[in-house]
Design a protein around this ligand. Structure first.
Ligand SMILES: Nc1nc2c(ncn2[C@@H]2O[C@H](COP(=O)(O)OP(=O)(O)OP(=O)(O)O)[C@@H](O)[C@H]2O)c(=O)[nH]1
Ligand SMILES: [Mg+2]
Length: 317
């Protein structure tokens, strides 16, 4: 599971050197909030890469995904390790328990928390508040989607949050329109501890290439099917072979029932073909190479409730 590498935890326990270390900043920045508030959109904007899939449906993100950004701020080099996380929900399946474990782990590692909300949410009795007790680190309340509201509504919502949780800062943004992102970045970087880097400079994430392949296919399932289909589906990459001229990817789409298999495939295979074409084009752009994609659909009854299946799918350690 993603988290601070073990050697870093040992390093942190060393007595502080004298004079104090002041020539590099590094830290974990956890992006948390309810489903669909724009966490993944924000993560991609902050990292400047397409790391996380984004759809208009809630519960798109199912994993903790690290996005690593190296740079320099006021002459001091930094390494920001962002974590995109699943939206906070009340678990209905074992899958959701694992998703919430990812959220909790990321909060426990966090040096700075970005608590993302949108203007329509009420501050009082907000579902995420109990979780925030898991961290002593500064919490920046990110009020997203301000492009959908008037200035008056935004100001009133900021006051509501100030009264409710007294965060370290409240920063209104639009992740979609990339508004006020520089202010948010400044709020993060100035709160980042002085620390040596956690990861090599060429590492962008903790996830392997096949993870991103499965996510891109899953995004197309979220975009092309309705009701319970996206939530009952999972994508497993059974083969990922990089050749000189192309990448060969074989994917298994898991669904929970036979009827869902029929819906995924569609009449004369039309729907699956559409998903495959959209996914292949995106995979080619993501990997910068030609992709041969083969998809199979398999019924795996109740995979969302089966511990061994979830482990196999990367949801548990
Ligand atoms: N209008 C507007 N829409 C936004 C903004 N940020 C994100 N969205 C949209 O909100 C929807 C959800 O965005 P995501 O980034 O997938 O949200 P999320 O919080 O990661 O959702 P989960 O992974 O389901 O928890 C998408 O349709 C985005 O395009 C914004 O600033 N303004
Ligand atoms: Mg997301």
């Amino acid at each position: 599971m993603a988290g601070k590498p073990y050697f870093c935890k040992i390093m942190e326990e060393q007595p502080e050197s004298n004079p104090p270390f002041r020539n590099h900043r590094a830290g974990f920045v956890s992006i948390i909030g309810k489903p669909n508030v724009g966490k993944s959109t924000l993560m991609n904007v902050l990292v400047g890469e397409r790391m996380s899939i984004i759809t208009s449906k809630a519960q798109t993100t199912r994993h903790r995904i690290l996005g690593i950004l190296n740079g320099k701020h006021e002459d001091i080099p930094f390494q920001l390790v962002y974590s995109d996380t699943p939206g906070v929900i009340k678990p209905a399946y074992k899958l959701h328990d694992s998703m919430m474990t990812f959220v909790k782990g990321s909060l426990e590692d966090a040096d700075v928390v970005l608590f993302v909300t949108e203007v329509g949410e009420k501050a009082a009795e907000h579902e995420v508040l109990p979780l925030l007790k898991r961290t002593d680190s500064p919490i920046i309340l990110v009020l997203n989607k301000i492009d959908l509201s008037s200035d008056e509504e935004v100001t009133a919502k900021m006051a509501e949050w100030e009264n409710e949780i007294h965060p370290a800062a409240i920063i209104p943004i639009s992740a979609l329109e990339q508004a006020n992102i520089a202010t948010l970045f400044d709020g993060v970087i100035t709160r980042l501890p002085f620390h040596p880097p956690y990861f090599d400079e060429d590492e962008l994430t903790d996830k392997p290439e096949r993870f991103f392949a499965s996510e891109i296919i899953r995004e197309k399932i979220f975009l092309n099917y309705r009701q319970e289909i996206p939530y009952s589906s999972e994508v497993m990459i059974t083969e990922f072979k990089e050749r000189d001229d192309m990448i060969v990817i074989r994917a298994e789409i898991l669904v929970e029932r036979k009827s869902q298999k029929g819906i995924i495939i569609g009449e004369k295979g039309e729907m699956l073909k559409k998903v495959g074409t959209q996914a292949r084009l995106d995979l080619e752009e993501f990997f910068g190479k030609k992709v041969f994609l083969e998809q199979h659909v398999k019924v795996e009854p109740d995979w969302r409730s089966k511990e061994n299946k979830l482990r196999q799918l990367g949801y548990q350690e």
